[in-house]
Design a protein around this ligand. Structure first.
Ligand code: APR
Length: 256
């Protein structure tokens, strides 16, 4: 810990105490938690939106008007996710859950890395790339069988180009995910907000609802966000893959 900036070292201890003192803790994660797994985020300097205009590639109207074009971006994301492994940040959250110190992870990510790291209670707020669906006839199939050569995949029923079962801009949040996430936000005493710029709603409202219900809000991010200094109680500034394992280490020291 001596190599840490003094402030970060103090905040890591504070976060461990807050986790141990919380009757119910949830986490909200964004693309930043998967950056150390090799998946770029969206809005950092090298993020995906620096190469693809989200209006042209991530809005449901863009998919409906030119699905083959959107699949050019989706294929790049698929390749990155296929070669990605959970990183120490994902494993740290799974360990907190196993210790009975984290009740759920609400994730905006669709990469499935929380589940692969061992997290059981994962609420996929923006859907998941585990399934492909047909907007024309409702057909569904697992995406795991999809190979890159089959992109863009076509519906075997009607020939329409299939869509990953993820939430595009302009689409609703899956009802069950939304209701479980808001239930968590209303009842938790602590929310860890990890690797999200907190600019996309309604996901970004989760920490605000939690705060309004009396919860502490702790951010882990490479940089301050719109929540910092207003909604968040404090920010641990740095890489989640480095900070979260340190917090778990501190927790273990306190309970051993
Ligand atoms: N550790 C911690 N934070 C990190 C790391 C890291 N290693 N790397 C990047 N970050 C931070 C960035 O500083 C940024 O604040 O993670 C955040 C990522 O923000 P975004 O790229 O905006 O991703 P996210 O908040 O998940 O986007 C929300 O927008 O485009 C849509 O549907 C997409 O789910 C996504 C939603």
């Amino acid at each position: 810990m001596s190599t840490w900036p003094q402030q970060l070292g103090v905040l890591i201890k504070r976060a461990a105490e807050d986790i141990l003192g919380s009757q119910k803790t949830i986490a909200l994660t964004g693309a930043g938690i998967s950056v150390e797994s090799g998946i770029p985020d969206f809005r950092s300097a090298q993020g995906l939106w620096s190469r693809y205009d989200p209006e042209e590639y991530a809005h449901i109207s863009a998919f409906r008007s030119n699905p083959a074009k959107v699949w050019r971006m989706l294929k790049e994301m698929m390749e990155l996710v296929m070669s990605a492994e959970p990183n120490p940040a994902h494993f740290a959250l799974a360990e907190l859950e196993q210790m009975g110190l984290l009740s759920s992870v609400i994730t905006q990510n669709v990469d499935g890395l929380h589940q692969r790291a061992g997290s059981k209670e994962v609420i996929e707020f923006h859907g998941s790339n585990q399934w492909l669906i047909c907007l024309e006839c409702g057909y569904r199939q697992e995406a795991t069988s999809l190979s890159l050569e089959e992109v863009p995949p076509r519906c075997p029923n009607c020939g329409f180009i299939l869509k990953p079962d993820v939430v595009f801009f302009g689409e609703p949040i899956p009802w069950e995910a939304q209701s479980k996430a808001y239930e968590g936000a209303r009842t938790c005493k602590l929310v860890l907000v990890i690797g999200t710029s907190a600019v996309v709603y309604p996901a970004a409202e989760i920490p605000i609802v939690a705060k309004r219900n009396g919860a502490k809000v702790v951010e882990i991010n490479m940089e301050p966000t719109t929540l910092t200094g207003s909604v968040s109680d404090y920010l641990l500034q740095g890489a989640a893959g480095k900070i979260l394992p340190k917090i778990v280490e501190e927790v273990k020291e306190r309970i051993s």
